[in-house]
Design a protein around this ligand. Structure first.
Ligand code: ZN
Length: 598
């Protein structure tokens, strides 16, 4: 581990000089140029208009709202709650400067008792592994898992042998108070109040931060037993929602590439490092979340290569992670491994070049989301498609980058055959505003043209789709020739071929399934306007529409306007029908207008 002595003054100065203050602060709050300075919302207090000024020439920042000011070191001390030396170490790491330390007076100086206890335990576990005989369970296990001693050393792997209190006894002997051992997450109490080790008979993975400080230990069972992996409990230092395994071991590669490969398991990280993917890290016993992404961005990471197991949990986790990437504005590339393999298994069959090829060809986060969503609903009903589409559009509209938002919307439009212009125009304002509903946002498939349809026939068909039991009001009064649009003509005659009861039993959502060949027409009828407002529906309105349609059909039949007599007869019939409808009783027989068609 690195020495913990004082950092020489000139080293501190070179760390500050090497830090791009604008880039550093931009990873916490967006900044825009303003004169020679940069301006943004203050990360230290809540504000709506920016009063936080960063001056790259002076190397400092100042908030005119809350009065905070300082240089790069002060910034990370305040925002990350780092001590001075921790802040310098953090910035040195970011800038790629290796600190040369003065002589340390005590190995755990300034790091508190818990930190000291974690360091002592790491050495204890490590020495157990190094000193173990070649026939010990740990050595046999390493051999079985094909883990070399060189790899074990690189990751400071350790061994917690069988037995209940071995670490506890060791720490007692070193004079570490029990409350410190407990605060470090290393011991637990049994039923009788006796203390025992959390980690027993396990291969130990120390989880270290970027500076190499141990935060806690995970353990893989060596023999039989549950759980297979034991993650550290939450402590003062170990916060599972923002910690990654492998950030210390991978920091040089990560800094150089400005990207990280995120995988699911501890052994996956180790195997990937062995195979040359030294930017591999893993989330520890939790799903990737926004805090994780913030931690990655603070390390200067701009792109994440997700490589998850080729099974259903892996796929589901990759989906969730893709959403997190989009919501937290980092570029993600998503690889789901083939054939149920995890990265460790992958290399039993394939090579590093194979993995590189997979990752290079992998879809990015939004492409992956879209492909998975489409795959999932493409054979399902309209409502499943609608709700998934709704989710995707909401997600896309929340993307801050206009370019990425437009790319995503463009691909959604292509996949679901929607009009991009409409999606984009609704997508220019990211998030915040109340979402317009899908019907308003969606431009309908343009494969079938309903433009020629009269408003009455469109309206009537919308009613029939929304209220299939209304078919009885139409039967005998209209036929397909009553419509002008050929698609609606076909659909109406298709409807009329069914018995009233048969048709009336269909829910609107079932229609596009039952009448698959007309699904495009049906989608337009269902999605345009507001046909499902049942308060808008009445038998009277349907009858009114039927009469209007009879009238215009008769007019077309005569290829000219009705004669005064015909018009009068029709108006009479119409008035009578309306009167009857008001009495909630259907007009009997066919109207005079209908007879014109004979
Ligand atoms: Zn402020």
């Amino acid at each position: 581990m690195e020495g913990k002595g004082l950092i020489p003054k000139e080293q501190i100065e070179s760390v500050v000089a090497a830090t791009d203050l604008v880039a550093l602060i931009s990873s916490y709050t967006p900044l825009r140029p303003s004169g020679g300075n940069f301006l943004g919302l203050c990360p230290f207090h809540q504000e709506k208009s920016p009063s936080f000024v960063v001056s790259p020439s002076r190397g400092n920042y100042h908030c005119f709202g809350c009065g905070v000011h300082g240089n790069a070191i002060g910034f990370v001390m305040d925002l990350e709650h780092f001590a001075f030396t921790e802040a310098v170490e953090f910035l040195a790491d970011r800038a790629g400067i290796r600190l040369e330390r003065g002589q340390s007076t005590s190995p755990h100086q300034g790091h508190g008792e818990v930190r000291g206890c974690l360091d002592l335990s790491l050495e204890y576990f490590r020495q157990n592994l190094i000193g173990a005989g070649s026939n010990s369970t740990i050595r046999l296990y390493l051999k079985k898992r094909d883990l070399s001693l060189e790899l074990a050393d690189r990751f400071a792997l350790g061994w917690a042998p069988e037995g209940w209190t071995k670490l506890h006894d060791f720490l007692n002997q070193k004079g570490v108070p029990i409350k410190v051992q407990e605060a470090a997450g290393l011991i637990k109490t049994g039923e009788k109040g006796e203390w025992y080790d959390r980690l027993r008979d396990r291969l130990i993975f120390p989880i270290r931060d970027v500076q190499g400080r141990c935060l806690g230990f995970a353990g893989r069972i060596i023999g039989e037993g549950d759980p297979k992996y034991l993650n550290p409990p939450e402590t003062e230092f170990y916060k599972k929602s923002s910690v990654f395994y492998g950030v210390f071991e991978g920091k040089d590669a990560i800094r150089k590439a400005k990207k990280a490969m995120v995988v699911e398991g501890y052994l996956d990280v180790i195997r990937l490092h062995e195979k040359g993917f030294r930017h591999a890290i893993a989330v520890c016993g939790t799903a990737l979340n926004g805090e994780h992404v913030k931690a990655l961005k603070r390390q200067g990471i701009q792109e994440v290569e997700l490589v998850f197991d080729g099974d259903n949990p892996g796929k589901a986790a990759a989906l969730k992670a893709s959403k997190v990437f989009l919501e937290n504005e980092i570029d993600g590339r998503v690889t789901v491994l083939p054939e149920g393999l995890d990265p460790d298994d992958f290399f039993k069959k394939y090579t590093g070049a194979n993995l590189t090829a997979l990752v290079d060809e992998a879809p990015n986060d939004y492409q992956f989301l879209l492909a998975q969503a489409f795959e999932e609903v493409k054979d399902k009903g309209l409502w499943a498609q609608k709700s998934r589409l709704d989710e995707l559009i909401t997600l896309a509209q929340g993307i801050a980058s206009k370019l990425k938002r437009d790319l995503f919307l463009g691909q959604i439009a292509k996949r679901f055959q929607l009009d991009l212009g409409a999606l984009r125009s609704k997508g220019t304002e990211p998030a915040k505003k109340p979402q317009v509903n899908l019907e308003q946002r969606m431009i309908l498939p343009s494969k079938v043209d309903l433009k020629e349809a009269s408003p009455e026939e469109l309206r009537l068909m919308k009613y029939l789709v929304a209220q299939p039991q209304a078919l009885g009001l139409v039967r005998g009064k209209l036929e397909s020739q009553s419509f002008t649009n050929p698609h609606l003509q076909e659909l109406l005659s298709r409807f009329l071929n069914l018995e009233d009861e048969e048709f009336g039993a269909l829910g609107p959502q079932e229609l596009p399934e039952v009448f698959k060949e007309y699904s495009s027409v049906l989608m337009q009828l269902i999605f345009s306007g507001n046909p499902f407002a049942t308060e808008d529906y009445s038998a009277e309105k349907v009858q009114g529409l039927v009469l209007d349609l009879q009238k215009s059909a008769a007019r077309r039949k005569l290829k000219g306007p009705l004669s005064p007599e015909e018009a009068e007869a029709l108006a009479k019939a119409q008035a009578e029908a309306r009167k009857k409808a008001k009495e909630n009783c259907l007009p009997q027989g066919s109207s005079e207008a209908n007879q014109h068609q004979g």
